[in-house]
Design a protein. Structure first.
Length: 28
């Protein structure tokens, strides 16, 4: 999984939902 993630670390709960969303968005 690509570790290049743009997110607001102050709001991060560590749930990885943003990583999953990123993978889904780039999974053409």
């Amino acid at each position: 999984m690509n570790r290049f993630i743009m997110a607001n670390s102050q709001q991060c709960l560590g749930c990885h939902a943003c990583e999953i969303a990123c993978v889904m968005a780039h999974n053409d």
